[in-house]
Design a protein around this ligand. Structure first.
Ligand code: PLP
Length: 375
């Protein structure tokens, strides 16, 4: 099998599991307990927090461990919006993850917020001037993702954050897809809050973090024992946090841009009529997404699966749905073209030979779906 769905999730690496094992067995204490086992759990959690902070350019006290990217996004959007008294206006891009969009929708329905959706261009890029013109004196929070999960487009977040913060609005970025793939640094990006998720980079599902710049007020979603400095109650997932830190410590170099570009070129040449979706320059290194007009994305996936190639039709959350991707629609693709989307995503372990095999399998799959023989 060739696994090209790293944007959906990644397997837990051996060294990560080995780092976690003691904290699931002998060292199983609750970090809030005052006995020896509790103290050693608290020390492991603190070490993991320090490692995560160092990797993402923030202070340990600015790391709020969560159950993953979805919770980090919810905490950022609802938590900041409800805690900042500035106003009730939110700004997001048209291609945000559902965790961001649905959180905004919740605030609109239950708390009277108004949400401005900034459009993106054909490559999925937010225009800085469009963002600037959507900002208002009552804008509380702007949320624009660092890299898109479906089309891999990387936004100019540092520039966009500067605009928002210049008028006093807070800025959150969802860096779930970017972390582990490109440099992600809270300070360099100049954002107030940033979401990451560990299962995209070789650690288990169920752990992630919101990096929250000190001084940014947040209303917790979870009330209880006051863990995570009152920002996220609940007994901490010590083994998960240790695994997250271990995955960051043993991170491979990111996938090669040259390999990505060669793969994209080969696909465009081998399957005439194919459209590359997203940007050819501002895109994640291990990410290539296409539309194959005149086919069905789901049918191509099935054919690829028969040839032991595992990839996706877009976001894992939307997989299996017949609806065209809202991300591609927002980028200006017609629904019948958006329905033909296929996404390939991989990490540094994927070889040029494997990607060549994928191109061959894709040519066969495309022909099978179109009902024509392979030349
Ligand atoms: N944000 C983006 C951009 C994602 O791609 C995902 C997951 O695919 C999430 C948020 C949700 O993260 P999690 O699966 O950790 O809840």
């Amino acid at each position: 099998m060739i696994y090209l769905d790293a944007a959906a999730t990644t397997p837990v690496r051996r060294e990560v599991l080995e780092a976690m094992w003691p904290h699931l067995t002998g060292e199983f204490g609750n970090p809030s307990s005052s006995h020896e086992l509790g103290e050693s759990a608290a020390a492991a959690l603190a070490a993991a927090r320090t490692a995560v902070a160092a990797r993402f350019g923030c202070r340990p006290s600015e790391v709020v461990f969560t159950s993953g990217g979805t919770e980090a996004d919810n905490l950022a959007i609802k938590g900041i919006a409800l805690a900042v008294p500035r106003g009730r206006h939110l700004v997001v891009s048209a291609i945000e993850h559902e965790a961001v969009l649905a959180s905004c929708d919740y605030l609109a329905r239950h708390h009277g917020f108004e949400v401005t959706v900034v459009p993106v261009d054909r490559e999925g890029l937010v225009d800085a001037a469009q963002l600037a013109s959507s900002l208002r004196p009552d804008t509380t929070l702007v949320s624009i993702m660092l890299a898109n999960n479906e089309v891999g487009t990387i936004q100019p977040v540092a520039e966009l954050a500067r605009l928002a913060r210049a008028v006093g609005a807070r800025f959150h970025t969802d860096a779930v897809q970017a972390a582990g793939s490109i440099e992600v640094n809270l300070g360099a990006l100049g954002v107030d809050a940033l979401s990451v998720s560990a299962h995209k980079l070789g650690a288990p599902k169920g752990i992630g973090a919101l990096l929250l710049r000190s001084g940014v007020p947040v209303e917790p979603l979870m009330h209880g024992g006051g863990q995570e400095r009152g920002r996220r109650s609940g007994t901490e997932n010590v083994a998960g946090a240790v695994g997250f830190a271990a995955a960051l410590a043993s991170a491979r170099p990111s996938a090669s841009v040259q390999l990505r570009d060669a793969f994209i070129r080969q696909v465009l040449e081998a399957v005439p009529g194919t459209l590359l979706t997203g940007s050819d320059r501002q895109r994640l290194p291990g990410h290539a997404s296409f539309c194959f007009p005149g086919t069905s994305g789901e049918a191509i996936l099935l054919e690829l699966g028969r040839r032991s190639i595992v990839c996706s039709s877009g976001s894992a959350c939307a997989a299996g749905s017949d609806e065209p991707s809202p991300v591609l629609l927002a980028m200006g693709y017609a629904p019948e073209v958006a329905q033909t989307a296929v996404r390939f995503s991989w990490d540094a372990d994927t070889t040029p030979e494997q990607l060549r095999d994928v191109v061959r399998a894709l040519v066969e799959s495309h022909a099978a779906v179109r009902g024509i023989g392979v030349r």
